[in-house]
Design a protein around this ligand. Structure first.
Ligand code: FPP
Length: 248
């Protein structure tokens, strides 16, 4: 229940690995793409729940670099679904003051999907509410490498020197910049791994594996439950429990 949530202790940045679409579809004797289609309702509920709570940043793992290796029919199906969904959802996102951003190697996307994304980003760019990042053709290693390349280029042109390279500078070159690090990382579907997601940004994220839920089943109350679990965790950031308690 939303009422049980302490609004003064919300995660600033929630990231989600939306897993289990294929297995959910198979369970109904349907094709995998059926699961992706039903995943859209879960996406909508998650966005709405985060907006209702006042979460600042939500990042959804929509398509990983590795997902390009899936059968062509499934990749094409997900790309068409993206084009359709972005087109349909933008008016509502805009109405809710959500700012859409896209992180990943967008040059890999089919022209139509890239255009739809760019239109959505442009339309919502002045919104001041929640930032919704869609990670598309994204991987954590890709993100780190593209940041390293930008820093190396700045070093080469002597824009920066070696001592300027620190966490803050590195952060500023990540695809998620200027968003804060991830506080809560949720994965549905039963697997316990990070799958090359926001590797740098999740360094101190609380990990929550919601094993009994396939992504198409995910609803607002699951998100609220996840926030409640997050609020029961003690975040120590390397300090002792006593130090953390004394500060309270
Ligand atoms: C993982 O489940 C899911 C994906 C790779 C695709 C997720 C995409 C969507 C839900 C569409 C999202 C659209 C927008 C606009 C955000 P899986 O296929 O790996 O499932 P499995 O582990 O059961 O095989």
């Amino acid at each position: 229940m939303i009422q049980d949530i302490d609004l003064s202790n919300l995660p600033k940045h929630v990231a989600v690995i939306m897993d289990g679409n294929g297995r959910w579809a198979k369970k109904q004797g349907a094709l995998r793409i059926f699961g992706h289609h039903h995943g859209i309702k879960a996406v909508r509920e998650t966005v709405e729940a985060c907006v209702e709570l006042g979460i600042g940043y939500l990042t959804l793992y929509t398509f990983s670099t590795e997902n390009w290796n899936r059968p062509k029919a499934e990749v094409d199906g997900i790309m068409s679904l993206l084009v359709k969904t972005i087109g349909e959802e933008i008016p509502d996102l805009h109405k809710n003051n959500v700012k859409l951003k896209c992180i990943g190697d967008l040059s890999q996307l089919p022209a139509k999907a890239k255009k739809e994304m760019e239109d959505g980003v442009e339309k919502t760019k002045n919104n001041t509410g929640m930032v919704l990042n869609l990670a598309l053709s994204y991987s954590g290693k890709w993100d780190i490498l593209q940041a390293v390349k930008k820093i190396a280029a700045q070093y080469k042109t002597e824009e920066i020197n070696l001592d300027d390279i620190n966490e803050k500078l590195f952060d500023s070159h990540l695809a998620t910049s200027p968003d804060p690090d991830v506080d809560l990382l949720i994965r549905t579907g039963g697997d316990h791994r990070i799958s090359n997601y926001l590797l740098w940004q999740s360094a101190y994220a609380e990990l929550l594996f919601m094993d009994d839920i396939f992504w198409p089943e995910f609803r607002k109350n699951h998100l609220f439950d996840a926030i409640k679990t997050y609020q029961q965790r003690e975040r120590r950031f390397g300090k002792t429990g006593e130090q953390v308690k004394d500060k309270k």
